[in-house]
Design a protein around this ligand. Structure first.
Ligand code: IYR
Length: 215
């Protein structure tokens, strides 16, 4: 049965958003991780949260593969570093290298084996009906992007962190994660506690005036 949603008065809505901003604004991408364990149940809740995202025609075109097995993570890291090494040695442009200098990244992806979990997110391009025919999905990239946003926010609110990582090309992830050809790798996310001494670069966020126009 269709049902009504709770009403929040405008002043209360504004107040809640101002508070939410403080929490959200304290999130930073971390690249120095602790190896402290994260319970599987926490990952399950985080994925359930991601699965509440809106999606085109409610097709929910996301799949999450959570890798906790050390041998699987080792394999994953090896393949990722192979691709990243080619990127940093051959494919990167001078302009791109300049843009990344501030972040200090390189091909070494230690976080994949340090992290207790690595979630690989897939975008389902189409579904398959029982008779083998294709079921069309809509706005898959947008939908999966929104779901990943939910996931990042939820992890942050729980005191955990992640690093959205998109090794390019990523097609090998489908093989490692045993996913069908109907799905494309979207992003790889280690789920971790930040290292107690982790530091992040002093980056500035664009101001409201820079990112918004009111008409
Ligand atoms: N995928 C590479 C390079 C990289 C690209 C961007 I854009 C970043 O914001 C960070 C890194 C890597 O993960 O090292």
């Amino acid at each position: 049965m269709p049902y009504h949603l709770p009403y929040v008065p405008p002043e209360e809505a504004t107040h809640r958003l101002a508070e939410e901003y403080q929490i959200t604004n304290s999130r930073r991408t971390v690249r120095h991780f602790s190896d402290q364990a994260v319970p599987k149940e926490a990952i399950e809740w985080a994925i359930r949260i991601a699965g509440t995202a809106p999606s085109g025609a409610h097709r929910q075109p996301w799949r999450f593969v959570a890798i906790g097995d050390p041998e699987k993570k080792r394999q994953l890291r090896e393949r990722v570093e192979e691709e990243e090494r080619k990127f940093y040695d051959e494919r990167i442009t001078e302009e791109w290298a300049d843009a990344l200098r501030l972040l200090g990244t390189d091909f070494v992806k230690e976080h994949i084996t340090t992290a207790p979990w690595v979630i690989v997110v897939f975008r389902e391009d189409y579904g398959v009906a029982e008779d083998g025919s294709k079921i069309k999905n809509y706005y898959m990239t947008e939908s999966v992007g929104i779901a990943v946003g939910f996931l990042i926010q939820a992890l942050h609110r729980a005191g955990l962190t992640t690093l959205t990582h998109t090794p390019a090309p990523m097609s090998f992830l489908r093989e490692i994660c045993n996913r069908p050809v109907t799905e494309k790798p979207f992003v790889l996310m280690p789920v971790v506690y930040p290292h107690p001494e982790a530091q992040v670069p002093d980056l500035q966020r664009k101001t409201l005036e820079e990112i918004a126009t009111f008409l």
